[in-house]
Design a protein around this ligand. Sequence first.
Ligand SMILES: C[S@@+](CC[C@H](N)C(=O)[O-])C[C@H]1O[C@@H](n2cnc3c(N)ncnc32)[C@H](O)[C@@H]1O
Length: 210
Amino acid sequence: MRRIRRLYYDLFSKIYDRIIALHSADRAGRLRAWLVERSGATGGTKVLDLCTGTGSVAMEASRVVGSHGVVVGLDFSRGMLKKAEGKAHGVENLCWIEASAPFLPFKEGSFHVVLCSHAFYELRDWEKIWALAEVKRVLRSGGRFLMMEHEEPSHPLIRFLYKVRLASMGSWDSARFISRELSLFSRFFKDVMKEKSPTGNSKLIVGIRG
Ligand SMILES: C[S@@+](CC[C@H](N)C(=O)[O-])C[C@H]1O[C@@H](n2cnc3c(N)ncnc32)[C@H](O)[C@@H]1O
């Protein structure tokens, strides 16, 4: 099953950036810049971009953390990572790791910040829980986890399509996860809070590693 999901993302990687550019009003990447800004990353910060896809968020973070910082983009799809590598060719503070979100190949406390943009909902239910535990493990004390996801659309048809997508990518329990995500986050992180993106279509959940 996991092989099929990876194959899906490998194929999707070929058109992913074009699809995003088509259906997103955020062509200038303001949302990505906002996510990195909200993380508090500055020069020297060590950042993990979980489920990095074609690496757009990781690239934005690498610009912010500069030559004293480091950004790791992690994804389980080789196709996505190949695209990311191609886009970020020559960027020295950025590296790519092929791994799965519930099994992070890093030592405890390796990062100041972990980001996850528009990908967490696509994990299976058990993966979400394991990934939260792993994110907590690899964050330093006081480090921040930021998960950005689409808000549930208010238009009934678009909301239906959004739910179908979630169900096909994750599981039929995704809706249940969403309804209790803040309390779940609070099991792993302190000072959990939710805010709306400036575009209004996405939300951000932020938690601090105690
Ligand atoms: C919708 S894309 C989002 C990519 C990127 N974060 C962005 O904002 O453009 C979802 C990504 O999650 C990755 N992914 C899904 N399940 C994963 C898992 N279990 N471990 C690592 N990556 C995973 C997929 O390969 C894909 O690149």
